[in-house]
Design a protein around this ligand. Structure first.
Ligand code: ADP
Ligand code: MG
Length: 211
């Protein structure tokens, strides 16, 4: 099984939909430990991405991801915009010229995307950021590949690992981003960026597996 270019476009659309649906939820999470803009940022960014998609829907997957990254960089402010911009730019570098992705290609793209976020934001695991959702998701994909699991199962395990990573941010004290200004008071709240990362990977699993 592989993920064809049209399936990648479907994922981006599903992501835009799920971020619009969860706009207020992400705003609430960011209101508790940040500046209450994460939901609006992500929704605005992915609406801009959707406006750009018709122009590039016949291009390769690398070009599509790079375009998503550039649109996010130019439309989303704060920390989230540059970090998700880097995420998609790096995924695009790994998928240059490809018209479909095997499970290994997707794992490599997601790992590069995560490494881009780490390079740019300098967050470590358990700093209470999106890295805490993305890292277990990448690890789950790699383990699934090693165990020769079918793609559908690998994608489900990856989304589930992201969900667990997201929930594990709740007790953590933030050490990066605005939430870190709160110190100990950031504990007890789920990280908004880890939540949007989970939503993106859940959308991927939902789009790329058929029930
Ligand atoms: P801002 O914090 O500038 O308002 P957003 O609200 O859009 O930006 O995004 C906040 C999210 O960005 C946080 O919940 C966290 O997951 C993520 N984040 C912040 N700083 C970093 C960092 N240095 N590395 C990785 N992720 C980060
Ligand atoms: Mg914010």
């Amino acid at each position: 099984m592989s993920i064809a270019r049209d399936k990648v476009l479907e994922w981006i659309k599903a992501s835009a939909d799920v971020l619009a649906e969860n706009r207020d939820y992400l705003i609430q999470l960011d209101a508790a430990i940040g500046d209450a803009d994460h939901g609006a940022n992500m929704d605005r960014g992915f609406k801009a991405v959707m406006a750009k998609m018709p122009e590039i829907s016949d291009k390769d997957i690398g070009t599509i991801f790079k375009t998503v990254g550039m649109v996010l960089l130019s439309t989303v402010g704060g920390a989230g915009g540059p970090l998700y911009g880097t995420f998609f730019l790096q995924a695009g570098m790994k998928t240059a010229r490809k018209l479909e992705l095997g499970l290994e290609d997707w794992a490599a793209a997601l790992e590069s995307a995560l490494n881009g976020v780490i390079m740019r934001g300098k967050a470590e695991l358990n700093d209470k950021t999106m890295v805490d959702a993305l890292t277990p998701a990448v690890n789950a994909l790699k383990q699934a590949i090693e165990a020769n699991l079918p793609m559908e199962q690998a994608l489900r395990l990856s989304a589930e690992a992201a969900r667990q990573g997201m929930e594990a941010t709740i007790p953590l004290v933030a050490r990066k981003g605005r939430a870190s200004y709160l110190g100990e008071r950031s504990a007890g709240h789920q990280d908004p960026g880890a939540t949007s990362s989970y939503l993106l990977l859940k959308a991927a699993a939902d789009t790329w597996t058929d029930g």
